[in-house]
Design a protein around this ligand. Structure first.
Ligand SMILES: NC(=O)c1ccc[n+]([C@@H]2O[C@H](COP(=O)([O-])OP(=O)(O)OC[C@H]3O[C@@H](n4cnc5c(N)ncnc54)[C@H](OP(=O)(O)O)[C@@H]3O)[C@@H](O)[C@H]2O)c1
Length: 246
């Protein structure tokens, strides 16, 4: 079957790794990549399996009307949307007193509101045939992260959204997955932990492999749960970053 899959945040990091991994799948023919940076999306598409149709769209996911138009156009073009992978995210780690209302809103706009918007639009098509949604939350969403208030709480919202939608959308044959990666070597991680050696932590490809597995036929009993994806860190590396959290 020729499935259509949308991946947000595909210009780099975890989203790029997931896009590359899913492009190896025989049952997926059409991949739609979204983020703001066209050059990053183009680079990702070059790294993907060339037997696929790859469309990429440079757009800000917080432009809700533009996203609605795009998802409608994709659904009309391919007949349905089989998979939606919500990866795009933003972090500006600050404590309560350092966080401005503008940055609080920006964090929620990107991490929560834009996910709500694109998911709602995709489900309008997906409900006809069933499908799979995967949301990328964070280990920061399920335990205290002093100094990361907006980011951590926005990721907690994704864990909640995922478990609720898993039940709400099951009548349509839609499975909803939620993964919570721990520390992973990307640009976003550099913002959260600037002094960390990226070679000591999980790489985006590791997360891509887990997502590939979850979205395969083997992943049927893993929906509706918050799945932590974390690499055990060697003790020497833990000492080096002892003041940082995952
Ligand atoms: N790295 C970690 O340790 C870690 C751990 C747990 C969870 N996560 C989560 O994993 C996801 C991917 O992050 P990453 O670590 O791979 O970071 P990253 O390399 O910084 O990637 C973030 C992605 O989000 C996209 N994005 C951000 N704002 C956007 C917007 N307004 N509109 C469209 N796209 C937007 C970026 O693309 P453009 O800049 O091109 O728009 C980029 O593709 C995030 O949700 C993050 O919270 C990461």
């Amino acid at each position: 079957m020729s499935k259509t899959c949308i991946i947000t945040g595909a210009s780099r990091g975890i989203g790029r790794a997931i896009a590359i991994e899913l492009s190896k799948r025989e049952d997926i023919s059409n991949l739609i990549l979204i983020s703001r940076t066209e050059s990053g999306l183009e680079e990702t598409s070059k790294l993907m399996n060339h037997g696929k149709t790859i469309d990429f769209y440079a757009m800000d996911l917080t432009n809700y009307e533009e996203v609605k138009r795009l998802i409608h156009a994709v659904g009309e073009q391919y007949g349905t949307i089989d998979m939606l992978i919500n990866v795009a995210g933003y972090a500006n780690p600050k404590s309560l007193l350092e966080t401005s209302i503008e940055d609080w809103e920006k964090t929620y706009q990107i991490n929560v509101h834009s996910l709500f918007n694109i998911t709602k639009e995709a489900v309008k098509f997906m409900k006809k045939t069933g499908g799979k949604i995967l949301n990328v939350a964070s280990t920061a969403g399920s335990s205290a992260r002093p100094g990361w208030l907006a980011y951590a709480s926005s990721k907690a919202a994704l864990i909640s959204i995922s478990s609720t939608l898993s039940e709400e959308l099951s009548d349509y044959g839609i499975l909803v997955y939620c993964i919570s990666p721990g520390r992973c070597a990307t640009e976003l991680r550099k913002i959260l932990a600037p002094d960390e050696d990226p070679t000591t932590i999980m790489q985006p490809e590791h997360v891509g492999e887990v997502v590939g597995h979850l979205l395969s036929d083997d992943g049927v009993c893993l929906d509706g749960q918050n799945i932590v994806v974390r690499k055990q860190v060697k003790k020497a590396a833990i000492k080096q970053v002892s003041k940082q959290t995952t």
